[in-house]
Design a protein around this ligand. Structure first.
Ligand code: GAL
Length: 683
């Protein structure tokens, strides 16, 4: 049995070099599940897709049971027909490999592929994605399907893009079966070489956890007490890597049969944290993301903008594809609000403004059966005589008018640092305050920038940060030596930075860096934090300036920094809450914030730092209005103004309004609830 990570040879990338995704204009598309419908319906679908302007359709996403029989043979009759219909209709295909969910005949024959959760119990078929990422049996069966699909359609003219599996790790990222445990050991042996290396990395001197043999190591199943945090962190890395390796196995097969670009749909969103996409990104020919507004969050739209900026960060600033979002309600939150009139247009265009070159939806036609029958779709149950359908057609027209924007890049001079290991470690068991969530910190920082009219890339801390004028580092708990250095060199080269509490505390093994926090940046910031004093979630804090804060205070010593503000109350009363170490010799200023500022105060702070960094806020931007620019290689710029509010917003622009198709010269108003997209006249 060959487990993942045993085969250490690089995966063959094939002789063919995949071209970049090259759709004409901004793609407008959807998932299409023709398995659920009759041939007559397919014909109606083609006509309606054309009517709506749909030009990129993802098929065969859950196709396995449709195309393979229990005896192993394939029957592509229906898929061939769908491919031909789409082709005749001039609709490009985003072709799924079909392996997302194994058919019941496979799980009946091979129950060993079923995933096991942390309490040691099995999760059964009947839903979806019931497979263990490390299972060689599942992999062999799935790769047979990929081979057959890639061979059959690899050169088909209508196929524009390959869609590996679906949302890898949405449900099954953490498997605790014996096969996963064995694969975890292989992964650990590759990482640490010796058992002593592992013992040192995991700090197993604590609680008598010392290992003497690899076989003693398990995945972190549920325990009586809390678990070893370093083990948990490595298990999360392993789990992400196991699925990435699975992706590579599918991609290698496709590559043998097809020169088309390959991707899979990421889930950069607040409720999925299983995959470290920073380690996945370079394997994708184009980055694709699925995003749904999450009404369980206090600020769903803030999260939408954040996610789009993070996806762009993963793409290295290049355009990316919005592979799924919704026209209206989803079906998987406790309460699933519909979108208000005009909201779909605004939400979709936020993604486009922030770098998406495709706006696709789940799904084409609302299902009549299955778990997702109450999920919205482009074509609702009520049919075409509906406001939803009219809005879909209107959106299709607007996207059609934006073709020239395709390929351009978002203009951003600020960055917010984000890392999955920091998310995992901050939100783990036994932290100073379970009320401090990593994403809350990051979202608050991003929201402050957005409200201040500053567009930011959300980027991995280990990448080269030189060139940004402002870098915000919210609660970046895990900081590797490389990441510590990247920020130092960016500040030395002139970037201003704002680092917030609970940053730079541990190294990549979740081992505390001693000597006063945040150890890797003490000199940079000129501060030394000697004790955390988190506050109860409903306790308000006040700073000497009158600014409001909450959640966290700490005892900060300003060693070599100006004290800009102090705690006026709470456990750190009188001590520094905000400091600034002025940059010298061309370096930027380094600010440290020891608490979580309330929204308006946070925005005022980042505005102040941005101004010192020489960043001009986008005119008209604010709490309800997003203003973002995209720029082409030839210097052409487009300004997107998305007004989520009810009041009109006035801006000054010279150029062409792409939505209305008219020229604009001077003051113009974007009415509440609408969007303005302007090609700007060049000076
Ligand atoms: C995604 C998935 C789709 C559909 C959608 C519903 O997670 O890829 O198949 O389930 O969510 O919101």
């Amino acid at each position: 049995m060959t487990l993942p990570f045993m085969d250490t040879a690089p995966h063959p990338r094939g002789a063919r070099i995949a071209p970049r995704f090259a759709h004409e204009g901004i793609a407008f598309g959807c998932d299409y599940n023709p398995e659920q419908w009759s041939r007559e319906t397919w014909r109606e679908d083609m006509a309606l897709m054309r009517e709506a302007g749909v030009d990129l359709v993802a098929i065969n996403i859950f196709g396995w049971a449709e195309i393979q029989r229990p005896d192993g043979s394939f029957d592509f009759t229906r898929l061939d027909e769908v491919v031909a219909l789409l082709h005749e209709s001039g609709i490009r295909i985003n072709l799924g490999t079909g392996t997302s969910s194994p058919p019941p005949w496979l799980t009946t024959r091979h129950p060993e592929i079923l995933p096991v959760v942390a309490d040691g119990t099995t999760r059964y078929p009947g839903g979806r994605q019931a497979w263990c990422p490390s299972s060689p049996v599942f992999r062999a069966a799935a790769l047979e399907v990929v081979e057959a699909v890639a061979q059959r359609y690899g050169d088909h003219d209508a196929v524009e893009l390959w869609h590996v599996s679906n949302e890898l790790g949405c449900h099954n990222v953490h498997c605790h079966c014996d096969v996963s445990a064995a694969a975890f050991r292989v992964w650990l042996e590759r990482r640490y070489g010796t058992i002593d290396g592992l013992n040192a990395a995991w700090g197993t001197a604590f609680w008598s956890q010392r290992y003497t043999d690899w076989n003693e190591i398990l995945t972190p199943r549920l325990t009586l007490s809390t678990r070893n945090p370093s083990q948990l962190l490595d298990y999360r890395r392993f789990s992400s890597d196991a699925l990435l390796e699975y992706y590579r196995a599918e991609a290698a097969i496709i590559r043998r049969h097809s020169a088309k670009p390959i991707t899979t749909n990421f889930m950069v969103t607040a409720h999925i944290d299983g995959m470290d996409y920073a380690t996945w990104a370079s394997d994708m020919d184009v980055i694709a993301n699925d995003h749904y507004l999450d009404h369980r969050l206090p600020d769903p739209h803030g999260e939408l903008s954040f996610a789009a900026d993070l996806v762009r960060g993963l793409a290295g600033g290049a355009p990316w594809l919005l592979m799924e979002h919704s026209t209206g309600a989803v079906n998987w939150q406790p309460v699933n609000p519909a979108k208000a009139p005009g909201q779909m247009m605004r939400d979709t265009l936020v993604h486009v403004a922030r770098g998406a070159d495709a706006a696709c939806f789940f799904q084409w036609r609302a299902s009549l059966q299955g778990s997702e029958k109450y999920h919205s779709a482009l074509l609702p149950h009520a049919g075409t005589d509906t406001a939803q359908w009219r809005e879909v057609r209107e959106l299709g027209t607007v996207i059609g008018a934006l073709g020239e924007v395709q390929g351009s890049r978002v203009v951003a001079d600020a960055a917010v640092l984000f890392s999955w290991p920091s998310w995992w470690a901050t939100d783990a068991e036994n932290s100073p305050s379970s009320a401090v969530g990593y994403l809350d910190q990051v979202h608050a920082a991003h929201r402050a920038l957005r409200d201040a009219g500053i567009t930011a890339d959300v980027v991995d801390p280990e990448r080269d940060l030189r060139g940004y004028r402002l870098i915000v580092v919210p609660g970046l708990h895990v900081v590797t030596d490389a990441a510590a250095e990247r920020l130092r060199e960016a500040v030395a080269s002139g970037a201003h930075t704002l680092v917030t509490f609970f940053s730079g505390i541990v190294d990549e093994h979740d081992r505390v860096r001693p000597g006063g926090y945040p150890a890797p940046w003490r000199e940079l910031l000129g501060v030394r934090v000697v004790e955390f004093t988190p506050t109860l979630p409903d306790a308000a804090l006040t700073l000497a300036s009158g600014a409001g804060a909450r959640l966290w205070a700490e005892r900060v010593v300003a060693v070599d920094a100006e004290i800009v503000d102090r705690f006026a109350d709470g456990p750190a009363r009188g001590l520094p809450a905000l400091t600034r170490r002025a940059g010298e010799g061309g370096a930027g200023d380094a600010w440290y914030l020891a608490t979580l500022l309330d929204g308006g105060d946070y925005t005022r702070l980042v505005s102040r730092i941005a101004e010192a960094a020489g960043l001009a806020p986008e005119a008209g931007a604010g709490r309800d209005v997003e203003v973002v620019r995209r720029k082409a290689d030839d210097g052409t710029t487009w300004r997107f103004v998305i007004n989520h509010g009810t009041e009109g917003v006035d801006i000054v622009v010279r150029g062409t309004d792409l939505v209305a198709g008219v020229s604009v010269d001077g003051a113009t108003t974007i009415p509440g609830g609408t969007v303005g997209i302007f090609r700007e006249e060049r000076a």
